[in-house]
Design a protein around this ligand. Structure first.
Ligand SMILES: Nc1ncnc2c1ncn2[C@@H]1O[C@H](COP(=O)(O)OP(=O)(O)OP(=O)(O)O)[C@@H](O)[C@H]1O
Length: 560
């Protein structure tokens, strides 16, 4: 079981905490002894006994204080360490996924695992283990003490307790199911909130705030209702727990009273026993609450284990550079039914320039996703340097490819980090790409130059500046294959031309997706690939395709 691994990893703090929390039992017996001595002293009216009891009482208070302080310190350290290692492994696990695996869930689902599920694990498992330790020690040690004081009374107490603890434990399965439902609802709510915040400006412009609030209320209500159902059961369990502990207390007091009347125990012993039995019944009541909580994390744990157990690459082949990429009769469908790419048969060669043209939805981006191995072909094979792409490690594929997206993601970090992506380059190399991507005057205008922090999603810079950052990043990586997905769509005509010249001057293999059917631009490519509804309709140079007079020519004419 994975959570135990985190206890083992932090065994020192865990054991110290267990020792400190298990002093609860000894301290309870200590207190009961003081109570017994106080009552017996009052009956005997003995001043020496009084001083002894007073010293014991002060010792008890000081010891208790010290133990609680130490408990606080070590509990804090233990929880910090286990939660840090769990969060670390989980985050690492998520980043061990392939892009395809990651895209199977909405990113808010991962967020809610971190925001919600891990908090439940912390509360119901790691922290709960300490409370259970304290309650268990109180229960066991006080039980032993009662046995040594009055054997027959102890037997009766055990019988009542055993009956009392079973009912709440029966509820544990129900509680666990309700917990799963509420975490699912929480995750759905998170997906919605993230969507709404991302579309904040659009929602305001379209004046649909009331509709969004209505939708938010709907999902929030579903989540709160699931929590309400969970809390109902929690309340029911704690009701039974209180009932059992009260029942045990009352029964024991009555029985002890009977023993006093029968002269079998002193009044001091009676009070000590009542005290001890409270310290048996109360922790037992709590335990019947806490043990189901421990079990209730199982479904969350299974979900987290899926991310933790993701194995890093098993693929054995790797490549240092890309000489050619062959699509051999590749067909592809996202969902297994609707085919998006049909029998694509083509080879891309080193240092040649290719451009993908086609109507929206014709499959251009899907081809790039196949090339990045984010998805596997449904039929046919895709070879890199003659090696099946599905056997080449993703790491080495990514090493050889640079990509410029149409809407490049921007990190809430410095401009420099957004360009270098945390790799180290010399200042000369960085300045060179800044100049080549047309960012020089922008950098000079910033108060802290390259060290200026860009806001989340780049909302303090323009679309064109974002695109240039993405271009600078790709140029700096200096990979073999450059993929441009409409790299200049946010730039004005003159700047776009400038940047396109820079991009295509690179002595690298280049595949560009564009909607621009501009003769001057298209003439810069060795080959144009024209896609139509997922089929490779035709290939050739601009002139050849115009002369053929087929689909490409119609596209060009439609543009004019
Ligand atoms: N993740 C996905 N799951 C299911 N279908 C998808 C997915 N991504 C794209 N599609 C579908 O695949 C088809 C091809 O999409 P693709 O993005 O490759 O087209 P495109 O030629 O790049 O379009 P555009 O020029 O508009 O960017 C479209 O019908 C699209 O709806």
């Amino acid at each position: 079981m994975n959570m135990k691994k985190y206890l083992k990893k932090n065994i020192f703090y865990f054991i110290v905490c267990v020792i400190l929390f298990s002093t609860a039992g000894i301290m309870s017996v200590f207190f009961a002894t003081i109570v017994q001595k106080m009552v017996d002293t009052s009956v005997d009216k003995n001043i020496v006994q009084f001083y002894n009891v007073m010293i014991l009482a002060i010792l008890f208070i000081v010891l208790n204080f010290l133990i609680y302080i130490l408990r606080g310190v070590f509990r804090a350290k233990y929880l910090k360490n286990v939660m840090f290692s769990l969060n670390h492994d989980l985050f690492k696990g998520v980043f061990s996924m392939t892009v395809k695996e990651f895209n199977q869930e909405n990113s808010s689902v991962y967020l809610s695992v971190f925001n919600n599920d891990l908090k439940i694990i912390e509360r119901n498992y790691f922290d709960n283990l300490l409370t259970i330790t304290a309650d268990l020690s109180q229960f066991i040690i006080c039980l032993i003490a009662v046995f040594s004081l009055q054997f027959s009374l102890a037997i009766i107490v055990i019988i009542i307790n055993i009956i009392a603890i079973f009912v709440p434990i029966l509820f544990s399965k129900v509680l666990s199911k309700k917990q799963v439902t509420s975490t699912q609802k929480y995750s759905q709510l998170n997906v919605k909130i993230k969507d709404f915040f991302n579309s904040f400006e659009l929602i305001k412009c379209f004046q649909v705030t009331h509709h969004i609030i209505h939708q938010f209320d709907y999902f929030e209500n579903k989540y709160e209702t699931s929590m309400q159902n969970y809390r109902y059961d929690e309340g029911l369990i704690s009701g039974f727990s209180t009932l059992s502990s009260l029942g045990v207390s009352v029964m024991t007091t009555l029985i002890s009273l009977y023993f006093v009347i029968m002269n079998k125990i002193s009044i001091g012993e009676m009070l000590a026993i009542t005290q001890l039995v409270n310290n048996i019944a109360n922790p037992l009541g709590r335990l019947s609450n806490e043990l189901p909580l421990l079990k209730s994390i199982k479904p969350i744990e299974n979900k987290i284990n899926e991310y933790l157990e993701i194995n890093s690459e098993k693929r054995t082949n790797s490549i240092d550079s890309i000489d050619d990429i062959s699509f051999n009769h590749v067909s592809f469908s996202y969902d297994g039914s609707k085919e998006i790419i049909h029998d694509f048969n083509y080879t891309f060669y080193k240092n040649k320039k290719y451009v993908l043209i086609g109507n929206s939805g014709s499959g251009k981006s899907t081809l790039i996703k196949l090339l990045l191995n984010n998805y596997e072909a449904s039929r046919g094979t895709l070879l890199m340097n003659g090696i099946d792409i599905n056997t080449i490690s993703n790491k080495s594929i990514y090493h050889c490819i640079s990509i410029v997206h149409q809407n490049a993601p921007i990190l809430n970090d410095t401009l420099k980090n957004n360009i270098t992506y945390f790799k180290s380059y010399s200042e000369k190399q960085i300045n060179e790409v800044v100049e080549r991507a047309g960012l020089k005057s922008f950098v000079q205008s910033l108060p802290n130059g390259l060290n200026t922090v860009i806001n989340e999603n780049g909302n303090n810079i323009s679309g064109g500046e974002k695109q240039r950052i993405s271009i600078a990043r790709a140029l700096l990586k200096n990979a073999d294959l450059l993929i441009y997905d409409e790299p200049t769509s946010n730039l004005d005509r003159t700047t776009a031309k400038e940047i396109e010249n820079i991009l295509l001057k690179e002595n690298k293999t280049c595949i560009m997706i564009t909607h621009k059917l501009d003769e001057e631009l298209l003439n810069k490519f060795d080959e144009i690939l024209v896609l139509k509804d997922g089929f490779l309709e035709e290939t050739g140079s601009y002139q050849q395709l115009i002369e053929k007079g087929n689909f490409f020519r119609k596209l060009v004419e439609a543009k004019d």
